[in-house]
Ligand binder design. Structure first.
Ligand code: SAH
Ligand code: SF4
Length: 423
């Protein structure tokens, strides 16, 4: 609880908790869900179900293609498998999807999905279409243990790591909903979870797909769920499957310094760092993890990040909070720090998104503009991120929990009013 004596939110357990590890929920029918499994894991599952090693290897390759390249969920439609084999598989396996509790579309085209795991926990994903790209914002955990004071997710009590299947499942579901599997294969039951695309919808890639980029910026701290996030992103980047290039995948961390080098080496995606402040006091307050890994240590880890260079710069996220981190002096200090560590950097200024119960307010547009100008004048690009999907509360840090309840309560109230007016 927040008290005068203890102005900062408490950090549950140590500051370095590893959230509840979770075994995959067993299915009542005893079948194994293949969603999220890598090629080798599929092969192992096939072998333990009784296939010869050579057979298992070949079938794993075919299944991998059907699952992640074609988006097929029905074994009967996997036409290069012999018919009896299809039946054999359907008895033992399924190709699942996260359960969709709610799908919303904003007036600006942003889409948000509330998803539910097999053990009844909710998490979210958001799709943001832009002029030249379509970005899927993917969650790595249900909730987050890090309690950043300005972040709604940090106030959620329940935390658990998402499994690779639940992480890859978000990308699969987005492809389903956007109708982006190769043509001739859209008859599956999972096709188009929400309404169909317009005919004149923008096409972003050579193969005409809208989902072009992935950011691990949904709920949770991806580096506190390192193994699952790595395994999931490897599946997402595999050239025989979903085939997203690592240049189009970004992992955002609040600064889990000891895991950053491994993220660079073992995943190799673009790095975004939630900096949000340039002094110890303010960052300690906003991002309590700063008490463990301070600003200098964090920036050094960024300087050492494998693969960062001028062509592939590190993004520093900076949420603009009124009278907290938004002064001219803060902007100058930001430039100085990024220069001191010789970072190939760009800064993303994010207008703070208020949520019920927060102590903070968003900086004024003039203040944000001025801050941005100072950083630009310092030679570092500092665009202001336009808030998206505000009408469906799809913005960063607003994912899930109270927003959902509120919107539903709101809907009930409107329905009651309508009834009253009619009656
Ligand atoms: N845990 C990771 C990734 C998820 S948060 C991290 O912190 O980087 C994704 C981004 O949303 C972070 O930059 C976070 O600081 C930002 N964010 C969280 N709450 C916000 C709010 N209320 N308004 C604006 N941005 C917010
Ligand atoms: Fe967790 Fe990121 Fe929110 Fe901080 S900003 S509480 S690390 S999700």
């Amino acid at each position: 609880m927040q008290t005068a004596a203890n102005p900062l939110m408490p950090i549950p357990g140590a500051i370095d908790p590893v959230p509840v590890p979770r075994a995959v929920t067993p299915r009542e029918d005893g079948r194994v869900d293949l969603l999220g499994l890598a090629r080798d894991q599929i092969r192992a599952v096939l072998e333990s179900a009784g296939l010869e090693p050579k057979q298992a290897k070949l079938r794993a390759k075919q299944l991998f293609h059907w699952l992640y390249h074609r988006g097929e969920t029905d074994f009967e439609k996997m036409t290069d498998l012999a018919k009896p084999l299809r039946g054999w598989m359907a008895e033992r396996f399924i190709v699942g999807r996260p359960q969709v509790v709610e799908a919303q579309v904003s007036s600006d085209g942003t889409r948000k999905w509330l998803l539910r795991s097999d053990d009844g926990q909710d998490y979210e994903m958001v799709f943001i279409p832009d002029a030249d790209r379509g970005t899927l914002c993917v969650s790595s955990q249900v909730g987050c243990t890090l309690n950043c004071r300005f972040c709604h997710t940090g106030t959620m009590r329940l935390v658990r790591n998402l499994t690779p299947g639940e992480i890859v499942g978000q990308v699969m579901l987005a492809r389903d909903a956007l109708g982006e599997w190769p043509k001739g294969n859209m008859g599956g039951s999972m096709a188009s979870t929400i309404e169909d695309e317009d005919d004149d919808a923008p096409q972003y890639t050579a193969d005409g797909r809208m989902l072009t980029n992935i950011v691990m910026m949904g709920m949770g701290e991806p580096l506190y769920n390192f193994d699952h996030v790595r395994d999931a992103l490897k599946v997402v980047m595999d050239g025989d499957g979903l085939a997203l290039s690592k240049r189009r995948v970004t992992l955002s961390t609040s600064g889990v310094v000891p895991m950053m080098a491994r993220a660079g080496e073992e995943i190799g995606v673009n790095l975004a760092v939630s900096l949000h402040a340039v002094t110890k006091d303010v960052r300690d307050e906003l991002v309590p993890l700063n008490r463990k890994y301070g600003i200098e240590e964090l920036l050094q880890a960024c300087a050492d990040y494998p693969g960062a260079n001028n062509a592939r710069r590190i993004t520093f996220e900076y949420v603009m909070i009124k009278n907290k981190n938004d002064s001219d002096a803060d902007a100058h200090e930001l430039v100085r720090l990024l220069r001191q560590f010789r970072l190939p950097a760009k800064v993303n200024l994010i207008p703070f998104n208020p949520w019920p119960g927060t102590d903070y307010e968003c900086s004024t547009p003039e203040r944000i503009r001025r801050f941005s100008d100072i950083v630009f004048e310092g030679g570092i690009s500092a665009p202001v991120r336009t808030p998206r999907g505000r009408d469906i509360m799809a913005a960063c840090g607003q994912l899930k929990s109270a927003s959902e309840k509120k919107s539903r309560a709101e809907l009930d109230r409107l329905a009651a009013e309508k009834q009253a007016a009619l009656g």
